[in-house]
Write a protein that binds this ligand. Structure first.
Ligand code: ZN
Length: 379
């Protein structure tokens, strides 16, 4: 893979309707575990087939087994309790609506000290039998999980502070990254949307931290302190691990009313570059995300960009020319090997997010065509 403009995905794909219905049916005791498992296997196989057909260089299993990209850790690691968002705060729905924030209703809250456990290794073992391409495996990063899972009263006994919990989770995550590397995963991506959302914070927290404060009682520390904490926790996971490409994915949901509209992750400089990672996987297609070059021009040495070049919001399929135009904000300015192309985000970070699967695959095809054009011109 020295040709440059390597194509990949951020992680999740929409689940087939049958699978989503079976998950609900299983929760009500109407669908057997065996039936559900067989639908999960089918959905994983068809997702992987779609990715291979689209011509992607590095693929995922589409996270078909996960309830959501973050709360699934509650199903895997002992110490979490999975609950409905209204159990955190009876007014949860009003709080979300008032702040125009969407969160998965299923929440994994830490209630006991965590115990070591495999997190995604089973998924990878099942997936790698289905294709001989390099695989990416995604894991929720510690700063995200700290904000999403530590609750002022429910978690206090196990971990007196959110930071105590963040460090403990980082320690377990590190062990999983090593297991995944040893099993042959070629790319481990740590998902850090909470850090991405910090682009909208300043003296006051952004809307996500504001909502999580109301739901969990977790206090905002201020912009620089939050950033330092996020980077520090990432480094507890990744520092010194070699032999596998590690990426950090951040979301960016520009808010037109925010003073930071049209400003990107460059707000995190220089602290962000302290992160021990091989690649930043970043969103750049929505309006108001800012110019990727404003950040990437500061990238040192071998640091790679996973550039978001197709939208996961918009149902309109981008043409290869449109994708090429987006990539050209960076192409020609750093080595082609350091530029990866991917959609902005997962197509369905939560089980219930609907996005037409055929549109998702058509977008990937446009992206792989664009990569060929870019290789002709720059590689
Ligand atoms: Zn994302």
């Amino acid at each position: 893979m020295t040709k440059g403009f390597t194509t990949s995905v951020v992680g999740s794909f929409p689940r087939p309707r049958e699978l989503v219905e079976a998950v609900e049916g299983h929760a009500k005791g109407k669908v057997s575990r065996e039936k559900l498992d067989s639908l999960i296997r089918d959905a994983t196989a068809s997702t992987i087939r779609g990715e291979v057909d689209a011509g992607l260089d590095v693929i995922t299993d589409g996270e078909q087994r996960r309830s959501s990209f973050v709360s699934f850790v509650g199903d895997k690691i002992p110490g979490f309790k999975v609950m409905h968002i209204t159990a955190l705060n009876p007014k949860a729905m009003e709080i979300l609506k008032k702040n125009k924030v969407q969160l998965t209703y299923t929440r994994a809250v830490v209630t006991e000290p965590l115990r070591e456990s495999e997190i995604a290794l089973d998924e990878y073992r099942a997936a790698k039998k289905l294709a001989s391409r390099p695989f990416k495996v995604t894991l929720p990063a510690p700063y995200l999980v700290m904000w999403e899972s530590w609750h002022k009263s429910m978690s206090k006994e196990a971990y007196p502070t959110p930071e105590d919990f963040g460090h403990a989770y980082a320690k377990l995550l590190r062990l999983e990254v090593v297991r995944l590397r040893d099993a042959g995963v070629s790319f481990v991506q740590l998902d850090e949307p909470m850090l991405g959302d910090l682009t909208e914070a300043g003296e006051k927290p952004d809307r996500y931290r504001k909502v999580l404060n109301e739901l969990y009682g977790h206090r905002y520390r201020g912009f620089r302190e939050e950033l330092k904490l996020a980077v520090g926790l990432l480094n507890e996971v990744t520092k010194g691990i070699g032999g596998v490409r590690i990426g950090v994915h951040m979301d960016r949901w520009p808010n037109k009313d925010s003073p930071y509209f049209n400003i990107g992750y460059e707000r995190f400089l220089p602290d962000l570059l302290e992160t021990k990672t091989d690649q930043f996987v970043l969103e750049y297609t929505s309006q108001g995300t800012g110019d990727p070059w404003a950040l990437i021009k500061s990238f040192p040495g071998k640091l790679e960009i996973g550039l978001g070049v197709v939208s996961v919001q918009d149902y309109e399929v981008e043409t290869p020319e449109e994708v090429v135009a987006r990539a050209k904000k960076v192409a020609g300015r750093i080595e082609p090997e350091r530029i990866w192309l991917n959609p902005d985000c997962g197509f369905a970070p939560g089980m219930f997010r609907s996005f037409p699967r055929e549109i998702a695959f058509a977008k990937l095809k446009s992206m792989t065509k664009a990569a060929e054009v870019l290789r002709e011109e720059f590689a």
